[in-house]
Design a protein around this ligand. Structure first.
Ligand SMILES: [Zn+2]
Length: 418
């Protein structure tokens, strides 16, 4: 037995011994979904097909009824070849599927609370991966992104299947998220419940497996006037007691944005970024199973409260931030590790990859990047755009704030894997 295997056993066994039944269940689901045999759950792989069947079987076992086409748990859709993610990943024209299940409401069955999570991931890297370029070809298991949210949706189904609720609860596992929220966009256009306005609210779980210091982000809390008070009161119950950061509009890099674009109130639960984000090292051994089970319980409570709340929600609209995704290939590689825990008017980095362009340029942990080349960088989207606008080999200036001073560094950008 290899030393690394021994170390993994030493880490995994004590954690399992002390876990609650719910934590064991979510960990088992994450392990299955994030196993190498699932091939990183890339669109078009047998691994993703098997994962979809696993989720459907789990939802059926929980007692949820089929919500897909022709009495099935599946909603098929074709990846639009003109979607930027499809062009870069060669998946245009592939058929993939959302998993859809239903817990029918009692008194308001025509109104729907959606709880969803994407179950696809990056496959073997390439488009969307943030590793060193040479990691393309390695399986990207996506244990946190987003086996964790998928496992949470399955646990929410088990938790809520026996409960009474006025509105119908639709449980969704989306495909095509990593290619640009394609599954959720398709669902919003073909919502199975018409019109889309009958969706009372949408709750999204994406990357909820790394709870640290009790910090739980609830983005979208500003999309309905009633959300902050509702979340606050839920956080005082036995399933709460998080350091809950509830704020923000409904835009952002995951499936809730598709529902917000259709002017539905949304909540997005997230245990924050980490250094394994979109890397081949996002593995099940790093999942906080107890924390994941608690987030699932809390999100389930939120779904149930929404499904039973008598009054309408007061939707709050906000303009979509400017981005210009796509068109420029993979973009260039810098090698920073972003830290999204706060937004200090730029992108704070928690580190740089060894021998990366970022390290060679002199970027350091704690730097806040405020501009790359001609582009101002206010957030991670801007940074992605700025890198996509350049080609490998380009020399760019990078403006950073470091300890109150403004520095201008020069980087020669590298090539992303592909
Ligand atoms: Zn992702």
């Amino acid at each position: 037995m290899l030393l690394t295997s021994l170390l993994l056993l030493a880490c995994a066994v004590p954690q399992q011994d002390t876990l609650t039944p719910a934590a064991r269940r979510v960990l088992a689901d994450v392990r299955w979904l994030a196993d190498d045999a699932r091939e990183g759950r890339g669109v078009g792989t047998a691994g993703l097909a098997a994962a979809g069947q696993y989720v459907a079987d789990g939802l059926r076992a929980a007692g949820a009824r089929p919500g897909g086409a022709a009495g099935s748990y599946f909603q098929n859709f074709v990846i639009d070849p003109s979607a930027p993610g499809a062009m870069h990943s060669n998946t245009g024209g592939d058929t993939t599927r959302n998993v859809v299940a239903v817990l029918r409401g009692t008194s308001l069955p025509g109104e729907v609370v959606v709880v969803g999570a994407h179950y696809d991931h990056l496959g073997r890297g390439g488009f969307g991966a943030l590793d060193d370029p040479d990691s393309t070809g390695k399986i990207h298991n996506g244990a946190d992104d987003n086996a964790s949210g998928t496992a949470a949706v399955m646990e929410i189904a088990r938790r809520l299947a026996g409960s009474r609720h006025a509105r119908t609860i639709v449980l969704l596992a989306f495909s095509g998220e990593e290619l640009g929220d394609l599954g959720s966009e398709y669902f919003v256009k073909h919502p199975l419940v018409e019109p889309v306005d009958s969706i009372y609210a949408m709750v999204n779980l994406d990357m909820v497996g790394r709870l640290r210091n009790e910090k739980l982000l609830a983005s979208g809390a500003a999309t309905a006037k009633e959300f902050p008070a509702l979340l606050d009161s839920l956080n005082r119950t036995a399933d709460g007691h998080f350091d809950l950061r509830a704020s923000g509009d409904g835009w952002g890099p995951s499936d809730h944005a598709s529902f917000y674009a259709a002017k539905r109130p949304v909540l997005f639960f997230f245990t924050d970024l980490h250094e394994d984000y979109h890397k081949s090292t996002d593995d099940w051994q790093k999942i906080n199973a107890a924390g994941l089970a608690r987030v699932a319980a809390f999100a389930g409570d939120a779904v149930l409260a929404l499904a039973n709340r008598p009054a309408p929600l007061t939707f709050v609209d906000a303009p979509q931030p400017q981005t210009s995704m796509g068109g420029a290939g993979y973009g260039a590689y810098l090698g920073t590790i972003p830290d999204m825990s706060e937004s200090p008017g730029g992108v704070r980095i928690s580190g740089v990859r060894a021998a990366s362009p970022a390290e060679k340029a002199g970027l350091q942990s704690g730097d806040v990047i405020t501009a790359i080349g001609a582009k101002t960088v206010a957030n991670l989207y801007d940074m992605t755009d700025a890198l996509r606008a350049h080609q490998p080999g380009d020399t760019v200036t990078i403006v950073v704030q470091r300890a109150g001073a403004r520095l201008t560094l020069t980087a020669v950008l590298g090539k992303r894997g592909g």
